[in-house]
Ligand binder design. Structure first.
Ligand SMILES: Cc1ncc(COP(=O)(O)O)c(C=O)c1O
Length: 439
């Protein structure tokens, strides 16, 4: 098929709700490690990694070789037939998860992983209500849409499922309480208690949050936030669920899971995306006594699929062997310095935030009013694309650039990304301010 045929048939045969990036969609053809090529042969440095999914490089042969071997050996089993691949993955997960978390329910996506987590939290506690955070994103099913803290992701009818309430999020750049850290004393964390006291029965099944809000625009909490929230969740009988769909597998640097950065021991961890490096996977991990409370019949046709499981185990092995959690920290710090320098130069960058190789830029029309600049954000993406760099987008106001390159990128990849971002900003900055003001 030609490029135009693909674009035409995409519109014709897929649901129109499946939106694509860029004014003129980028039709991907093939990829290798940190690079993607389109159907015209143009090469792009991928600093979004699919959607925060390519953790160790596109089509990395150290993963695909194992996938190919498994495809020829055993391709399907379902949860009713044990197989070596899923057992090896689950054992490995038990070794790297914090505390006593040692059992896994395998599924196919982050959505399913979160569904499973909420189901089991309700069965274990005997409570129903779940606290999420504003600006959060947890998936596309009815239940997980109900957890979303952004109206755009909550459009399903009938009205979202009952039993979900949302507390203020730790969004320091736009503090929902109008305060400033640290003099605020992390007042947003106390809102979790206020929400439980005023909008639930007072006994909750769980609190579910992302250690860094992904789709929300890499909103990164202050150090104390999750520790305070954890205590509140325990005081009201809930389980603490860490949604690590974007933050796991070393992305935030040095540690496997984002929540470990805040020294909080979750009861349940969910993940997906980067664990498979591109193959569909979801996992829900918890302590044996919580796992044991799951009652009723449960199967998953594709959960724990041997091919997927082999890929996921290979990803973890590779991250360990190549010390990619360290790389995420050091190259992430280097990248952050470059982004901070861009912020110094261009006043349209209101905020730089994130950890490790999960870094975001929030675009504003003016640094004082902080009015969001979604059009400039789109323009920035287009200009980066023209120059061969892919970045992602997020944020309630669609004004945040998200970057999450593979964990094995180097400083020279960062130099190239920063060079292109600088050029793109130089193009869009004059249009934004009318005067081309640089700091
Ligand atoms: C934090 C978070 N949780 C859950 C999901 C849902 O994952 P999936 O798209 O695999 O269903 C996403 C997807 O972006 C996510 O970012």
């Amino acid at each position: 098929m030609t490029r135009d045929e693909i674009v035409k048939k995409h519109k014709q045969y897929l649901f129109p709700s499946i939106f694509t990036y860029y004014n003129d969609p980028l039709v991907t053809d093939h990829a290798s490690m940190q690079y993607v090529w389109d159907t015209e042969g143009k090469k792009y440095l991928d600093f979004f990694g699919g959607i925060v999914t390519i953790s160790v490089g596109h089509c990395n042969p150290r993963i695909t070789d194992r996938i190919k071997a498994q495809v020829d050996r055993l391709q399907h089993a379902s949860t009713v037939f044990p197989n070596e691949a899923v057992v090896a993955l689950a054992e490995k997960l038990a070794q790297i998860t914090p505390g006593e978390i040692s059992q896994t329910y395998p599924s196919n996506s982050g959505t399913e992983a979160n569904e499973t987590a909420v189901q089991i939290a309700r069965m274990y506690t005997g409570h129903f209500e779940v606290v999420g955070l504003r600006h959060g994103y947890s998936g596309r099913s009815s239940l997980t849409q109900s957890l979303a803290g952004q109206s755009g992701w909550r459009k399903s009818l009938p009205v979202p499922a009952p039993g979900f309430v949302h507390a203020l999020n730790p969004y320091c750049y736009r503090c929902p309480l109008g305060k400033t850290y640290p003099s605020c004393e992390v007042a947003c964390a106390r809102d979790v208690e206020a929400v439980i006291q005023t909008t639930t029965s007072g006994q909750i099944a769980a609190f579910l949050a992302e250690p860094i809000q992904g789709v929300g625009g890499f909103i990164t909490p202050p150090n104390e936030y999750f520790k305070i929230v954890f205590k509140i969740v325990k005081d009201y009988g809930g389980l603490f669920i860490s949604d690590e769909v974007q933050t796991a597998w070393g992305r935030t640097g040095k540690r496997w899971f984002g929540i470990e950065q805040w020294e909080v021991m979750p009861d349940i961890i969910t993940s997906a995306k980067g664990l498979g490096n591109g193959v569909p996977i979801g996992i829900t991990m918890t302590r044996p006594e919580i796992a044991a409370s799951f009652h009723g019949l449960q199967i998953s046709t594709f959960g724990g699929n041997p091919v997927t499981s082999v890929a996921a185990k290979a990803v973890i092995d590779l991250i360990e062997e190549d010390r990619l959690m360290d790389n995420a920290q050091t190259v992430g710090d280097y990248f952050r310095q470059g982004l901070d320098a861009l912020k110094e130069k261009y006043e349209q960058i209101g905020d730089v935030r994130g950890m490790g190789l999960m870094q975001a830029l929030e675009f504003v029309k003016d640094p004082v009013s902080k009015e969001p600049a979604p059009a400039a954000t789109n323009q920035f993406m287009e200009e980066c694309r023209k120059r061969g760099l892919l970045v992602g987008k997020g944020g309630l106001y669609a004004n945040v650039i998200r970057t999450s390159p593979p964990l094995n990128i180097t400083r020279s990849d960062v130099d190239e990304a920063i060079r292109i971002m600088d050029e793109a900003l130089a193009v869009i900055a004059p249009a934004l301010t009318g005067a081309g003001q640089f700091r």
